[in-house]
Design a protein around this ligand. Structure first.
Ligand code: R5P
Length: 292
């Protein structure tokens, strides 16, 4: 006996694109972020973008470059899905204005590049808050007509207090206090929810202690950025903790491409994200691969 719901009546491009970047078994993703040059210039590990990404491509579920990096350094024959950085207009040369970001890539250009989705930074609590939320909302609205995935990022620019929360350490490199940790959860919980409510299909944010609360309060699935380069074990540890707390993957850059052994590191990150490996197991895998 059949009923009407046994028939598929609608094909959704958005769902199909999500299925391309999320592993069907784990339901999670390892997205490789290589878009940093759009405001950082030429950071370590990305000077020669093509050389960096080529060996990593087989191990990521999707890759996130800026438009210039995509056109100059990615092989157009790649089968790896593309998530395009869609906002910019800022640069580290003017650190106080990092939150002054605008839309730099049109939806038409995303389609022309065959991107499956895009990222937009939202600077919640900073002067650029309104314009960057507007960028997310309007781009999501337009891009959803074509079934593209919208990823909203909770970005903090150079703000000293917020930077401390996303780095997980004080300005002098010391540990966050208990009050700092509480405030970090409060901030990230608020920022993620705002980004989610304004149209992001996926929210990208930073890991903090108490991350379960951030995940619980966010209506959209969360992936974590890696932030500044950490020792290998530490990076695997926060990845493990984020997944355990409910993140559906990573959108990680520097902790992979600035690692001494990027190909080993991305495979170790995959083991945590997709296979629920422990930090010890993933680190062992990292050592085996890096020793060749
Ligand atoms: C900012 O540069 C971009 O949004 C990056 O894609 C993001 O910060 C993720 O890269 P990482 O893991 O290096 O923080």
């Amino acid at each position: 006996m059949k009923n009407v719901f046994d028939y598929q009546t609608e094909w959704s491009g958005l769902q199909n694109r999500m299925a391309r970047m999320f592993d069907p078994d784990s339901g999670r993703t390892v997205l490789l972020a290589v878009d940093h040059g759009y405001f950082q210039g030429a950071p370590a590990g990305l000077i020669n973008l093509r050389e960096t990404v080529t060996p990593l491509l087989p191990y990521c579920d999707a890759i996130s470059p800026a438009i210039g990096g995509l056109k100059t350094s990615l092989d157009p024959k790649t089968r790896t899905p593309i998530i395009l950085r869609a906002t910019g207009g800022n640069s580290m040369r003017r650190p106080d204005e990092l939150d002054d970001e605008v839309v730099t890539v049109s939806v038409e250009e995303m389609v022309r590049c065959n991107a499956i989705g895009f990222t937009v930074s939202c600077y919640i609590g900073l002067p650029g808050q309104c314009q960057t939320i507007e960028s997310l909302a309007s781009l999501s609205d337009e891009a959803h007509r074509f079934g593209l995935i919208s990823i909203g990022i909770t970005a903090v620019g150079a703000d000293p207090v917020l930077t401390k929360f996303v780095k997980g350490e004080r300005e002098d490199g010391g540990e966050l206090t208990a009050d700092d940790k509480k405030e970090a959860v409060r901030y990230l919980k608020h920022a993620c929810r705002v980004v989610s409510e304004n149209g992001a299909d996926i929210v990208k944010t930073y890991y903090c202690d108490g991350f379960e609360e951030v995940v619980e309060a966010c209506l959209s699935p969360i992936v974590i950025a890696g932030g500044t380069k950490r020792p290998t074990k530490e990076a695997l540890e926060f990845t493990f903790n984020a997944i355990k707390a409910g993140a559906v993957g990573v959108d990680m850059g520097r902790n992979i491409f600035q690692n001494e052994h990027p190909v080993a590191m991305i495979q170790a990150v995959r083991a945590v994200v997709h296979e629920d490996k422990s930090v010890k197991e993933a680190f062992q895998l990292y050592e085996e691969i890096s020793k060749g």
